[in-house]
Write a protein that binds this ligand. Structure first.
Ligand code: UN1
Length: 513
């Protein structure tokens, strides 16, 4: 039994929740629309939220600007200490926040908790990073000169996040940005604003206890118009956006027009290559988790498998058997592996894509139907689909945010499979299953996978936060999370210092006055 009222009260959610996080404006005043948020799990109402108006937007930005002036004066390890405490608060509320994620998105509880764990992990990474924001030192060509580069706080960071990872994506950006000395303005997906309000409520006490200036962590609830305003706003040097390629192109264009910086993490069309040398037990497990996990709504979801002709039939048989038996249902129930899609519109997209691919010559092997019964009245529960298809079908070339797995056959050496894999517009995640080092190294080489993530004997989804996360081509080129992804949140400065009594010029230029 889930104590829903308990979750709302632990996370400080009210009957109607504020449209933004800062300032003295009473969230109930002024002209604001109210949106009721319904759960994809059972169609029931969770809570309500105000949408921000124009005045709210300006208020948040001005508060954030003021906060930045102060926050950048805090030593980075002190900022890291705030993030450490935020991580601990998330540990305390992991259960409730994970359940709210499940409630609002429909992902299974294991994944709801997993998402909060990802937030905790990035906090830990950011704490260490707060003492390691280092540049290089170089040797100058001039005598008695010193050269180095350093990283300074950048300013305001706009974070536009998607419904499918409603809280983790915020934390990857916000925690790094915070230790870098930036302040964040988070626009969560309008489909999942309550988890955002909950995050703010969780961290509120830490911010207050430590006298962190008001406006270092902000959220603002609204639709696409808020995203557009953030993108056009030259007070915001960096916009980090996660979502569809269509959305990313709009954001990228607007940010580009003012020569701002953008970090784009957009659609994927991720494939797993299964060669004749694959350990099929591992491959099948990875394919199923990658394709039906989160009901096919991760940007890293496995959308295509490219299977060698000699093992194709056995892979198809085994997948069909598993697909016919998938535990689909209420994501709060233990043992359920596939929850609902986010809303009815997603179900419609799912059905439309299946119809299109069949028209193009694809063959539906199993699944592809909506589950309607007394238990499932929402129209959001579907049977994941397994489809035999060709890579060149226009439907296969697109990312459909639903559990459709396209099976594609290849023959000949692994390079043929890699060619098929790369022959899409997106470039996020990829993987190969093979125990042959020649095949796996070819896949990882400069003429191998063209994706931002390339795995061996691991599926396409479920990346750890220690690595840089993101992809190439229409995926947008941005990198979040680990490795040196923090650099995008700072401005770099090169410094040359002369401690000699002369003024020699670089390149040996003579300029005698
Ligand atoms: C996303 O779907 O936007 O690698 C992020 C993964 C997760 C993150 C997915 N760690 O699948």
């Amino acid at each position: 039994k889930i104590d829903f009222a308990g979750i709302l009260s632990e996370l400080g959610l009210k009957n109607i929740n504020p449209a933004f996080s800062t300032g003295k404006l009473d969230a109930g005043k002024g002209k604001r629309t109210i949106k009721e948020i319904f759960s994809p799990v059972d169609g029931g109402s969770i809570s309500k939220v105000y949408f921000a108006n124009d005045e709210d937007y300006d208020h948040v930005i001005v508060t954030a600007q003021k906060a930045f002036e102060e926050w950048r004066q805090w030593p980075a390890p002190k900022r890291g200490d705030i993030v450490r405490q935020i991580g601990n608060k998330l540990r305390e509320h992991k259960d409730a926040l994970g359940k709210l994620v499940t409630w609002e998105t429909g992902k299974i509880m294991q994944e709801g908790w997993g998402e909060v764990q990802e937030m905790i992990d990035i906090c830990d990474l950011a704490v260490g990073l707060s003492r390691q924001l280092h540049g290089f030192t170089m040797h100058s060509e001039r005598p008695e000169h010193r050269m180095y580069d350093q990283y300074h706080p950048l300013g305001l960071v706009g974070i536009i996040s998607a419904f499918n990872f409603p809280v983790a994506v915020w934390s990857w950006n916000a925690m790094l940005a915070a230790v870098c000395g930036d302040v964040c303005i988070w626009k969560p997906s309008e489909k999942t604003p309550l988890t955002a309000v909950a995050c703010q409520n969780i961290i509120k006490q830490v911010l207050k206890e430590n006298q962190v200036p008001e406006g270092v962590f902000n959220y603002i609830i609204g639709g696409a118009e808020i995203g557009a305003r953030l993108s056009e706003d030259s007070r915001i040097p960096l916009i980090s956006a996660t979502g569809s390629t269509r959305m990313g192109k709009k954001v990228g264009e607007k940010v580009g027009a003012r020569l701002g910086r953008s970090l784009l993490e957009l659609g994927g069309n991720n494939a797993i290559i299964v060669t004749e040398k694959a350990d099929l037990d591992l491959a099948i497990r990875a394919i199923v988790f990658g394709a039906v996990g989160t009901c096919g709504q991760r940007c890293t979801t496995t959308r295509r498998i490219i299977v060698h002709e000699n093992v194709y039939d056995v892979v198809k048989r085994r997948l069909k058997k598993i697909y016919n038996d998938l535990p689909i249902g209420n994501p709060f129930k233990q043992g359920i592996l596939v929850g609902p899609l986010i809303d009815k519109a997603a179900t419609e997209n799912y059905l439309a894509a299946l119809k299109r691919v069949v028209k193009e010559g694809g063959k539906l092997i199993t699944g592809g139907t909506v589950i309607e019964s007394r238990e499932f009245k929402t129209g959001t529960y579907v049977n994941p689909a397994l489809v035999e298809a060709k890579n060149e079908f226009s439907t296969v070339q697109e990312e459909t945010f639903a559990p459709i797995l396209y099976m594609i056959k290849y023959s000949g050496p692994v390079i043929e499979a890699i060619k098929i894999q790369n022959d899409v517009k997106q470039g996020l995640s990829s993987s190969i299953f093979s125990n042959d080092i020649r095949e796996t190294e070819t896949f990882l080489s400069h003429f191998g996978s063209d994706c931002g993530i390339a795995n061996v004997n691991i599926g396409t989804s479920g990346a750890e936060i220690g690595g840089a996360f993101g992809g190439e081509k229409e995926t947008g080129g941005g990198r979040e999370s680990g490795s040196d992804a923090w650099k995008v949140y700072m401005r770099r400065q090169t410094n040359t210092i002369n401690f000699s009594s002369k003024l020699p010029l670089a390149q040996g230029i003579k300029f005698d006055l």
